[in-house]
Design a protein around this ligand. Structure first.
Ligand code: SF4
Ligand code: SF4
Length: 98
């Protein structure tokens, strides 16, 4: 099984365009847009996949619940339980080192 850290490492090797494309592929079922914490500002900026990309860019600032544990990507890579609220607290990698 590919670990989440390995996925991040692979993504970090890619150029900006390829990275975005690959994130789009791996996080295609990201449930953030259905989450109570998600808002219009984040929607306008097409923000998602915070577990990979880190905090919301000034849009999401209130923790009203996190759906990450129910996300297919989180389940595949066994993330989203110990760390979550990625849009506010930072990516899985960032939270792990803090
Ligand atoms: S990271 Fe969690 S709290 Fe933030 S929008 Fe996604 S599901 Fe909601
Ligand atoms: S774990 Fe959370 S932030 Fe990551 S893709 Fe799933 S819903 Fe989105």
């Amino acid at each position: 099984m590919v670990e989440f850290e390995d996925l991040i490492e692979e993504l970090d090797k890619l150029g900006e365009k390829e990275r975005s494309k690959e994130i789009e592929r791996v996080a295609k079922d990201c449930v953030c847009p259905h989450c109570p914490s998600y808002n219009e500002c984040a929607d306008k900026k097409l923000e998602y996949a915070f577990c990979i990309t880190g905090k919301s860019d000034g849009c999401i600032d209130t923790e009203l619940g996190c759906l990450c544990p129910t996300c297919p990507l989180a389940q595949e890579y066994q993330i989203g339980v110990m760390y979550n609220f990625y849009c506010i607290r930072g990516s899985e990698k960032e939270q792990k080192v803090n």
